[in-house]
Ligand binder design. Structure first.
Ligand SMILES: [Zn+2]
Length: 456
């Protein structure tokens, strides 16, 4: 009864304008929200159990969906991206689809396909509208988006959100930042959407050619390094926010607020868990969809490492948070350097002049030692001198910020090769895989255009 009432209340709240929705949903006590999530979870589980994948898995594991009241009770059962790739989307279909989107994974060239209904698209758009309203997006704003529309879920979701916000919106697609800059000027957008690496280049152009007044910039699609964020914010004199989501989650898992301290999570549409955590509470984010009818996912492994944050945020929004993503589970490598993950390298690179946020680490074993090769794209002005500066700075930062990793280097537990490379060398897909573990040494070191390093 309470759940039914809450559900009606939530529906009502989401159908009002985002401003009132924030106020109304903020009045739902956490205990009631949890009850709503549990009811939705049980419903989703029943629905999923009818699909070939879950029916077989549950039977094999002797799981009776009718008796499961909490995702936790499913023990070590999870759904992975590999399941989706291996079995195909048809094995997960519980209802009629209206549309599909694809992921551009970093682990496999084979994309994952995920199907949705228009109703689901509208629900997600409404939830996103709340997040964007909270960031200050209003009816009078002019939004220009450079999101890549090719099979990617985010442009569709934000377009739906804009309908609820009533703002002007034009889709440029992911065109070269130079072209975008010239054509965007005529619209005088107050808000710009794009992927982090694209926004970084776009802002560099604006720095040279001139900026205009922006309310904020908004990125999705990959993690954002704080240094790059600060640089972009300086150029525009405006805030720069990030969204966190996946195609499998239909875009929005969480969105930042003005406090820029983690993502406010979408508890209305998902049940979040971090089943295995380290001493600091960080672990792989696992989510169960709560309102999806076409392709429901039970305990989907996101492969992203984060932490559930229950303490209230300074901004006052009702939704709890997840911490900034630390890295991907499949990018955490144990080697002679130690237990390494992308954030270690991002942190080491912080404050290094001439280095950009485009970098990749390859790890392999060679001549009885682990080799950690760190390729870093330097900025356009790079020359031999910059390359050497980058290397010196990186080594100094590593020594100062990660004494344990430095100690291992001094003990020759691994060899660190820092390779500054030309801009545009590393990225081949939307997402750049940060750490790559190689089974064997790379056959040739030629593929990267290495810059000459002037040794003193
Ligand atoms: Zn907040």
């Amino acid at each position: 009864m309470l759940t039914r009432l809450t559900e009606q209340f939530e529906k009502l709240a989401l159908r009002t304008n985002p401003k009132y929705a924030i106020g109304l949903l903020g009045r739902v006590p956490p205990s009631v929200m949890l009850k709503l999530q549990q009811a939705r979870f049980r419903r989703t589980l029943q629905l999923a159990a009818k699909t070939p994948f879950y029916r077989e898995e549950f039977a094999r594991r002797r799981i009776d969906p009718a008796r499961v009241r909490h995702p936790r009770e499913l023990g070590d059962f999870f759904t992975t991206g590999d399941d989706l790739r291996r079995c195909g989307p048809e094995a997960f279909l519980a209802g009629r689809a209206d549309t599909a989107f694809e992921t551009t994974g970093t682990t496999s060239s084979e994309t994952k396909r995920v199907f949705f209904s228009n109703r689901e698209l509208n629900e997600m758009g409404r939830a996103s509208a709340i997040g964007l309203y909270h960031l200050g997006l209003r009816r009078e704003d002019v939004v220009l988006s450079a999101f890549d529309v090719s099979f990617w879920v985010s442009p569709a979701v934000v377009r739906t959100a804009f309908q609820y916000l009533g703002c002007f919106h034009t889709e440029a697609g992911k065109i070269p930042p130079e072209e975008f800059y010239e054509r965007a000027r005529r619209y005088r957008p107050t808000v710009v959407f794009g992927e982090p690496s694209w926004i970084a280049r776009f802002s560099e152009i604006a720095k040279k050619k001139g900026t205009w007044e922006l309310k904020f910039l908004f990125a999705g699609g990959e993690n954002l390094n704080e240094e790059t964020r600060a640089a972009v914010e300086r150029i525009w004199g405006a805030k720069y926010f990030v969204n966190y989501g996946q195609t499998e989650s239909f875009g929005v898992i969480g969105v930042e607020c003005a406090a820029q301290n983690g993502y406010h999570r979408n508890d209305l549409n998902f049940f979040f868990e971090t089943p295995e955590t380290d001493d600091d509470g960080f672990g792989e984010l696992v989510y169960t969809t709560l309102t999806r009818e076409v392709m429901p996912f039970i305990r989907y492994r996101s492969t992203d490492v984060t932490k559930l944050v229950e303490t209230p945020c300074a901004c006052g929004l009702f939704a709890a948070r997840i911490a900034r993503i630390k890295g991907r589970v499949d990018e955490m490598v144990v080697c002679g350097m130690g237990n390494i993950s992308p954030w270690v390298f991002a942190e080491t690179l912080r404050g290094v002049p001439g280095a950009t946020d485009e970098w990749q680490v390859r790890v392999w074993h060679e001549n009885k030692t682990d080799v950690v090769e760190w390729r870093i794209e330097t900025d356009g002005s790079a020359n031999g001198r910059t390359a050497r500066f980058v290397e010196d700075f990186v080594r100094e930062n590593l020594r100062a910020r990660f004494p344990d990793f430095w100690k291992n280097l001094e003990m020759r537990l691994y060899e660190l090769r820092i390779v500054p490379v030309a801009p545009g060398t590393l990225r081949t897909a939307r997402k750049l895989k940060r750490i790559v573990a190689l089974e064997t040494p790379p056959e040739s070191r030629k593929p990267v255009k290495k810059l000459s390093v002037v040794r003193s």
